[in-house]
Design a protein. Structure first.
Length: 347
């Protein structure tokens, strides 16, 4: 198992980080919109050829995913804004889409024999872990599937170097860290104390979709038209949206909704982390909306740190964990080989 594939099948984008000796640079990441919808017949040959690269089959049903689903599909919203979305065919289509994109790279990467690491929001982890394990094993039958709480991704970025070796800057067996991961559907919280995940400090509240919903409502109120959820999500990420040839800054439309999200996140932080914050070595803040809320979080917790490339932190951390697991398995194989009895040489 020399290949590690880390998936963060988010509600605004699918983030993938792969580490493999097959790749020229050893490491590669990709990101595409979390949109999957029923495939339709396209009339133009060139469009059909392009769409085929972003079409997968789930239980006999064809789905567009990613950019093709945005441009050619019939849905106007992201996939999966529900608590049970890991069981939907859209989730399966996005995961299969990620695997397909890896196979289509100049140096193809397969799930066969790979370590595949995926995650769940903290509040769903205990309940949905067996379900996701079974779903992913069906999608990648020859892979080793590992399911983690999503907040573990940012923590793994603190614990491990990118090759899966322990960070020289931290001794995690004696350190304790809090995690705030501000995703699109949920904001997830957790604490890892001296290597142990602490259930009483884990939980979730609403995430960045609060901003998207408010942008849609305020644009409708002030400009008289309705942005699709896909367009509004892109506007929040890009900082603008199009209006008859002009770029309209989105910041005025998220100011009030940012306050709503901030209040909800900080209320949940107070409930889950406040009591233990003083004893933590740090609090890592990650997720796509992290840059927006980090100043408020840091003002309360001076030992809070902003994750590098915060939107990709979950996938990056999962990949580092997968690399650490790969390292351990190699050590175990070497020890087993050294301990194996040597056959006697014939006289």
């Amino acid at each position: 198992m020399d290949t590690v594939i880390a998936l963060d099948v988010g509600h605004s984008a699918v983030k993938v980080v792969v580490d493999s000796a097959l790749l020229p640079q050893g490491r590669h990441s990709l990101l595409f919109p979390s949109v999957a919808n029923s495939a339709i017949e396209l009339s133009e040959p060139k469009a059909r050829e392009a769409a085929a690269r972003e079409t997968v089959n789930v239980d006999g049903r064809s789905f567009f995913f990613g950019e093709t689903a945005v441009t050619q599909g019939t849905s106007d919203s992201e996939s999966g804004l529900s608590d049970n979305w890991i069981t939907t065919p859209q989730y399966a289509a996005l995961a299969l889409g990620a695997f397909q994109k890896l196979r289509q790279m100049p140096t193809p990467v397969s799930t066969d024999g790979a370590i595949v690491v995926v995650g769940l929001p903290a509040k769903f982890f205990a309940q949905q872990k067996p379900t996701l394990q079974a779903i992913m094993q069906k999608l990648a039958p020859h892979a080793l599937i590992v399911v983690l709480p999503q907040p573990m991704g940012p923590f793994m970025c603190v614990q491990f170097n990118d090759d899966g070796t322990e960070s020289r800057n931290h001794k995690m067996s004696s350190e304790s860290w809090g995690i705030i991961e501000i995703g699109h559907y949920t904001t997830d919280f957790g604490v890892v104390r001296e290597g142990n995940w602490i259930d009483k400090n884990s939980g979730s509240c609403r995430g960045g979709h609060v901003l998207v919903d408010q942008v849609v409502a305020r644009v409708r109120e002030e400009r008289g038209y309705t942005l699709s959820l896909i367009e509004a999500t892109k506007a929040v990420c890009d900082g603008w949206f199009k209006d008859y040839g002009s770029r309209i800054p989105v910041e005025p439309y998220i100011s009030s909704s940012a306050a709503i999200l901030t209040d909800e996140v900080m209320d949940t932080v107070s409930r889950l982390l406040d009591k233990d914050a003083r004893t933590l070595d740090g609090i890592v803040v990650a997720g796509g909306a992290a840059p927006l809320l980090y100043p408020v979080i840091h003002a309360r917790y001076q030992h809070a740190v902003m994750a590098e490339n915060s939107r990709m932190t979950v996938a990056e951390g999962f990949c580092r964990f997968g690399c650490a697991l790969r390292n351990d398995r190699k050590v175990q194989r070497n020890r087993a080989a050294q301990a194996a009895p040597v056959a006697p040489v014939a006289a």
